[in-house]
Write a protein that binds this ligand. Structure first.
Ligand code: ZN
Length: 470
């Protein structure tokens, strides 16, 4: 007999993490990447009783709960009664500004900046930025945020905190033209030194502050550097209608037209707010040479009583992705992207006078894939699919405020809250399990921050980072 015993397959290597019993939000593949239809959000579906297998930081498979339960695993999560979503992404924030949360309330934008925020920011030390970043990351992980796009100063400190706490981030060192050439050079130096850090969890951007604080010459130089070094640009532009009107009065051009004529729109650009984008800006954005995205942070617009919000319907009609954001906590008071998702849907309905725009499914699409594309991670983050990094959250829907479930998308967007997130995973590493933070020590951060606050909020010194003058 020539039969030889078949060699036994090697015993399966245990998976790093197996999650069983959850419902999984799935994005349909077809035509996704270049889908510019406004109803793209409807191509979402939910797979019940699923299992998620994680190996080497990535999703190895999405299978049935039964199949996943049979696999050996180093770590297991029984997620019955929970929904697995791609981790939320905060597409525009100034994380360390949590230290200024609630410091300047009920003020118009200009007084908020000039009388309180900028004088206080001139006191900030790298240690304050570090403590603020730790507190911000703790807040975001607990709210189901796995990635954030940060735009601030002392960004090496923020990068160190990101590396340590396990989040993913797009980081940019902010600068003004008032800093001279040095500001721009520091932004580039930071972007080149830190990109790809923390096992690739850190990506970087050039971060001019805004067209009203950065000259056309500096914007043009930034665009050139961005192209030369394949870096995206993250900045504020057309934040509100006043800025657009001042820009027209001073320069005869809207902020978007300034980004166009300085070449910034030929780069991959992430624009914060855009509530001052006019109809005349739409063809300019539509023909932009780079990937253009806008981050919307509706809570702050309501709070500052801005007359308009981000024109999401118009932007979607020309294929511009709109990611969700909170801006800094000094204006927004929280870094709760879940709330931004609900507010985006509500504010859009009121603004458009149309209850059919923007649906819960669309809101989930903005929160996941569009936000991932906005921060340049469209090919990696934003969906739970094999081969993608395991950046996901588990949301508990067993509470009375989320039962019963007739429409899961509506339950998630309009009934669930960020505090229903039980578990947060980034790159396959569990950063919060059953609401317990595993990588950050909040009490020690707060003890030190509280000691430092009196010096931090002192603003009698007359110094300021910048003057707000659109
Ligand atoms: Zn901002």
């Amino acid at each position: 007999m020539t039969h030889h015993a078949q060699p036994q397959p090697p015993p399966a290597q245990p998976a790093d993490l197996v999650i069983t019993g959850c419902t999984v939000l799935v994005h349909e593949e077809a035509g996704e990447r270049h889908s510019f239809t406004p109803d793209a959000g409807e191509r979402l579906s939910f797979t019940p009783d699923a299992g998620i297998v994680v190996r080497g930081g990535a999703i190895a498979s999405v299978t049935t709960a039964e199949a996943a339960a049979a696999l050996p695993a180093a770590e297991r999560i029984d997620a019955r009664g929970q929904v697995a979503l791609p981790g939320l992404i905060n597409c525009h924030t100034h994380a360390p500004m949590v230290a200024l949360r609630g410091l300047a309330e009920d003020l118009p934008t200009e007084e908020w900046f000039n009388d309180v925020v900028w004088p206080v920011e001139s006191n900030l030390t790298a240690r304050d930025v570090e403590l603020g970043a730790r507190l911000a990351c703790a807040e975001m992980i607990r709210a189901g945020v796995t990635c954030f796009a940060d735009h601030y100063f002392a960004m090496d400190t923020v990068a160190d905190v990101v590396a340590e706490c396990g989040m993913r981030a797009l980081l940019g060192q902010a600068y003004f033209s008032s800093q001279g050439r040095e500001g721009r050079e520091k932004s580039l130096d930071f972007a080149l030194r830190r990109r790809g850090g923390a096992n690739g969890r850190i990506t970087t951007a050039l971060a001019p502050h805004a067209p009203y604080t950065v000259t056309d010459a500096d914007l043009a130089a930034t665009a050139e550097l961005a192209r030369a070094h394949a870096l995206p640009v993250h900045l504020h532009a057309a934040e509100n209608r006043d800025q657009t009107e001042h820009s027209l009065a001073r320069h005869g051009a809207t902020p978007v037209e300034i980004l166009d004529r300085t070449g910034v729109l030929d780069t991959d650009v992430l624009i914060a707010h855009g509530t001052g984008i006019l109809d005349r800006d739409l063809p300019v954005l539509a023909r932009a040479g780079g990937r253009t995205a806008v981050a919307t942070a509706p809570r702050g617009y309501l709070k500052f009583a801005w007359p308009t919000t981000t024109p999401i319907r118009a932007l979607r009609s020309i294929g511009v992705d709109v990611g969700l954001a909170t801006d800094g906590a000094a204006s927004n008071n929280s870094l709760d992207v879940w709330e931004a998702m609900a507010l985006t849907s509500l504010v859009q309905k009121q603004t458009e006078g149309d209850p059919r725009w923007l649906t819960a499914r669309q809101a989930l699409h903005h929160a996941t894939l569009q936000s991932a594309r906005a921060v340049g991670l469209g090919e990696t983050a934003g969906r739970i699919a094999p081969g993608r990094p395991a950046d996901l959250v588990l949301v508990d829907l067993t509470g009375p405020h989320t039962q019963p479930v007739h429409d899961l998308a509506a339950t998630l967007v309009h009934s669930a809250r960020s505090s229903d997130v039980r578990t947060t995973v980034v790159d396959g590493r569990v950063l919060m399990r059953d609401r317990q933070l595993l990588t950050l020590d909040v009490p020690s951060v707060l003890r030190e921050l509280e000691r430092r606050l009196p010096t931090l909020v002192e603003r009698g010194h007359g110094g300021r980072v910048q003057t707000y003058d659109t």
